[in-house]
Design a protein around this ligand. Sequence first.
Ligand code: FES
Length: 106
Amino acid sequence: MPEVIVTTRSGEQQAIPFTPGTTLMQAITEGGIYELQALCGGVCSCATCHVHIDAGHSAELPTVSEDEDGLLAGSEHRSERSRLSCQIRLTDALDGLRVTIAAEDE
Ligand code: FES
């Protein structure tokens, strides 16, 4: 089964298996990491599923939509590697993707 490697806010790393077709947000929360609030349930309207994606899989990631970009713009922890994890649908090509949960906005 493909997996993503998630680094939590405390720096712990965990490999989480995923079923292709689920979103990165679902994989992380269903994998037992509860740091993402994902308050809107994955409809791109809250930004509480913010993660930083490590380099290496950029070509396989979906492009950032205008809505996602707008929400990320409001985060004090945005970087060039920021994404909303609910907007990334996982595929086999993303096996081994490494992500870090972004710090929570105040
Ligand atoms: S869960 Fe709300 S924007 Fe991703």
